[in-house]
Design a protein around this ligand. Structure first.
Ligand SMILES: *[C@@H]1O[C@H](CO)[C@@H](O)[C@H](O)[C@H]1NC(C)=O
Ligand SMILES: *[C@@H]1O[C@H](CO)[C@@H](O)[C@H](O)[C@H]1NC(C)=O
Ligand SMILES: *[C@@H]1O[C@H](CO)[C@@H](O)[C@H](O)[C@H]1NC(C)=O
Ligand SMILES: *[C@@H]1O[C@H](CO)[C@@H](O)[C@H](O)[C@H]1NC(C)=O
Length: 370
């Protein structure tokens, strides 16, 4: 009976080496797709990297570093840019060591010009490191320390400078054949850092563009609100509000002709019902007081119902909501006790006084003029 063949030590060693390499490889790009998708940072990282020129490099670099260490958790795009920059700094340091190593070990074969070029490389790498450290520092205080535009400008300038440094280093070795050898030794590392910087630039641009757009939208909204509030507080009445009406509205109490109350304590339960009963072609002001409450209705005021004034109990108290879009003569007044739409100023219409007029879409809503 032949003895069972035992694997030799050499074979075992190979197997172990193989397993070791497989384990090393897993955290990098070779992560099985299914596993990658279950990885908690997968979507965030993929989305961050989608704006870059080298998305695979972007993804695998950060993914492998997170797998390899128990680094801080990634929860925002900013975290990913920081992690990516951290790696880039590591690679740039590696490049610096390579250049110094080359200078030292090949000193005898290097021409004077090559030595100068290598020295220049160390300098440009030092510059890159400074710029990347400044970028990280700036990102750490982003977006509080400066205006968004200033942050965006500084970050992009720093990273752009870092990108060009790598080219500057390689350009020092494009003079003759001998140079090419040195260039080749440095190229991979320089190109890697350049691509990582390019990715960082794209991610920073994407982050700051989004934040700037959001701030612009927010400012546009609050400016409008400010204008509205200024109208209320400074009593800068719209020009179509007649002096008599201003006095009326400024008076602490306005005698109403009818009252609408959702709870039934008034003359009507709905604004529409009160409008329906309002006089036609009235020469006199007809004041409809709307008590606090939310009225979900499309209030339409026919053209013939002239001189109607609505009076609410204040912003956030009397709210008329409607899913109907504003037809004409809309205003965005939301403040209490302001605003009358004068009949004569519109082809039809009338209007308001206190209360929030909000469409169900969340946009300010005013009575349509018909
Ligand atoms: C950056 O890398 C260093 C080690 O090189 C590590 O200690 C640190 O946690 C890293 N920071 C981030 C944000 O990844
Ligand atoms: C509304 O009431 C006031 C007095 O409270 C009155 O002078 C006015 O004529 C009334 N409006 C109409 C249209 O009846
Ligand atoms: C608006 O609301 C009314 C009643 O609440 C409803 O019948 C109508 O379908 C709505 N219209 C739209 C466009 O949602
Ligand atoms: C709004 O009013 C103007 C006249 O002031 C009119 O020409 C226009 O057709 C109206 N628009 C709508 C949508 O009713």
């Amino acid at each position: 009976m032949a003895p069972v063949e035992q694997p030799s030590w050499e074979q075992n060693k190979l197997l172990l080496l193989f397993l070791f390499l497989v384990l090393l490889a897993v955290p990098a790009a070779a992560l099985p797709v299914a596993a990658a998708e279950q990885w908690p940072y997968h979507s965030l990282l993929k989305s961050s990297c989608s704006s870059t020129l080298y998305p695979d490099l972007c993804y695998s670099a950060v993914a492998s570093s997170v797998f390899a260490s128990s680094a801080a958790p990634l929860s925002t795009h900013k975290d990913i840019i920081l992690a990516s920059l951290n790696l880039t700094i590591g690679s740039a340091k590696q490049n610096r060591l390579s250049v110094l190593d080359l200078t030292r070990t090949r000193s005898a074969q290097l021409t004077a010009r090559e030595k100068t070029a290598l020295n220049d490389c160390v300098e440009t790498i030092d510059l890159t490191l400074d710029e990347l450290h400044s970028t990280v520092a700036d990102l750490h205080v982003y977006p509080q320390r400066k205006t968004l535009l200033q942050h965006a400008d500084d970050l992009k300038t720093l990273i752009s400078a870092a990108i060009t440094n790598q080219e500057t280093c390689l350009d020092g070795f494009s003079h003759d054949d001998a140079d090419r050898h040195v260039r080749q030794r440095l190229s991979d590392g320089q190109v890697h850092v350049e691509r990582m910087c390019s990715n960082a630039l794209a991610m920073v641009k994407s982050l700051t563009d989004a934040d700037i757009a959001a701030e612009k939208a927010r400012m546009a909204r609050s400016n409008r609100k400010l204008r509205e509030e200024a109208v209320a507080e400074d009593a800068q009445w719209p020009k179509w509000v007649k002096a008599g009406d201003r006095k009326l509205l400024q008076a602490s109490s306005v005698a109403a002709n009818v009252t609408v109350a959702a709870d039934g304590s008034g003359d009507y339960r709905t604004v529409s019902a009160a409008v329906a009963d309002a006089p036609l072609k009235s020469e006199k002001r007809y004041v409809i007081r709307i008590k606090a409450g939310v009225y979900e209705e499309n209030v339409e005021v026919p053209k013939k119902k002239t001189n109607i004034m609505f009076l609410g109990e204040g912003r956030g108290k009397t709210v008329v909501t409607s899913n109907r879009s504003v037809v004409n003569g809309s205003t965005t007044f939301k403040s209490a006790t302001v605003a009358v739409v004068e009949v004569e100023q519109f082809t039809a219409g009338q209007f308001i006084g206190g209360g929030s007029w909000l469409g169900s879409t969340g946009f300010p809503f005013t009575l349509g003029m018909f």
